[in-house]
Design a protein around this ligand. Sequence first.
Ligand SMILES: [Zn+2]
Length: 572
Amino acid sequence: MKMSSLYMPTLREVPSDADIMSAQLLLRAGMIRKLVSGVYSFLPLGFRVMKNIEQIVREEMDAHGAQEVLMSAIQPREIWDASQRWENFGPEMFKLRDRHDREFCLGPTHEEYFTFLINNELKSYKQLPLNLYQIQTKYRDERRPRFGLVRAREFIMKDAYTFDVDHESMVKSYDNMAVAYNKAFDRMAMKYKVVLGDSGNMGGSISHEYIAITPSGESTIAYCDACDFAATDEVAPAIFNIEASKQTDSLENEKVHTPNVKTIEELESFFHCDASRFIKTLLYRSEDTKRVFAVMVPGHRTLNLVKFGKLAGISEDEIVMLSEDEIKTLAETVLGFVGPIGLSPNVELYADHRVFDIQNGICGANEADYHLKSVKLDKSICKGIDDLVSVEAGDACPHCQKPLSIDRGTEVGNIFQLGDKYSKAMNATFLDKDGKAKHFVMGSYGIGISRCVSAIVEQFHDEKGIVWPLAVAPYQVLITIVNVKNELQVEKAFELYVELQKMGITVMIDDRNERAGVKFTDADLIGIPLRVTVGKGIEEGIVEFSKRVDCVKEEIEYNAIIEKLGMLVKNQ
Ligand SMILES: [Zn+2]
């Protein structure tokens, strides 16, 4: 590709609404553009990266027995009614009507559609197992689109679905897909962890998530260096002890005047004790305001909304924190002085089980400027008690009790053992050996292709720009002509350009009539991994070679550069 004709609208300024580094760099490098919130276009260089990722995924899926298909993004309501997800998917689903008033959605996922297809086409156990996949555009009307390509409303996904005769066979298909996923992410050079997932909306029991390690990631993962335990904080149990307090207060709940002492920090200095002595009571409501919740957690820990939602039977997305006004009107108490004792009966009370281990606990008195100390709690006032806090570094590993580590990451893939959830709901059956109708046993498997683009940039960049791994780079080699007015430089650079392409290497050539400084700045920004600069040295048969990753320059004979690049690309 000649850069003189390449559409690569780079930006000097960082776009103000790009909230993570990958979005900033991809926008600045002219690889993507935003149309509206959560909707992006891929420009030539960005699109090539996405195609490379797609191709890696395609090759691994094909190599592991999956067959590629392409289903439509538009799906009729009827197939979603059967699984009851037309209603249950919630506002994330883009819904539309055609001219005959028939209802459709833009597919957020395809479990129903694949089940529908197979139910109509596949009749015998002899045709199983079956593994179908597609690489296609998906739509989810995110409440808050953010993080560039990570939480987009339109995105490219690889989704696969397996159909098996029984659970045992499905587990084999599942394990086979796990192998394919490891290979695909390894080939992308991604740093990732495979964690036990929360099946959430997909249903089914066992699932795993592939989390790319990125500091900006939305997921928190806990893992053990001593054994193979790894899980998201939605699933990882928080295992820790409340230290027994030495202080012995009186045995009855005692009201204490605490003017303007509201936050945990203020309480710590007022009562001269550690935050773990406080019973923090948090107030929420359901989105429709039909339910109001209070949740107690130890003062030094953070409530995990997913764990709480599971206990209270409400989706995390529908849990809304009470505003100061709502604390008065819905919960009939006072911001900063909320506590479990004497709370309005309209409020459903839940607790992390550790709050009952707190001795001489302190909580709000539901009255302005008052707290209670020496609190004794009665479990019977709670509607539900469980592990409700997020796991933290140093908590005990549930397998081996060693301290856990915590990292942040972005979910780039997931695999689910669906079982017969969808086949039962849609009555999708095949005839088994004995001639009896049985429900298909299914698995579903996703990789966020466009999200991978973002995760890779999060992992591979420096202060100057993107540093693409060879396997996904838009081009493998960049040849820069220092002075396009110099005939020898142009001639030799183009000779090299043609030779490399003959070898199957993807090459960009910077033949723009620009200052060398501009060319090098752009080269750093767009991050082509292998670089050859053809400048004055060519008169002595010398070119300059460097890798984007360290930018260390090496002079090399023109005749030797082809072999060197060939080796580097081959051995990637
Ligand atoms: Zn462990």
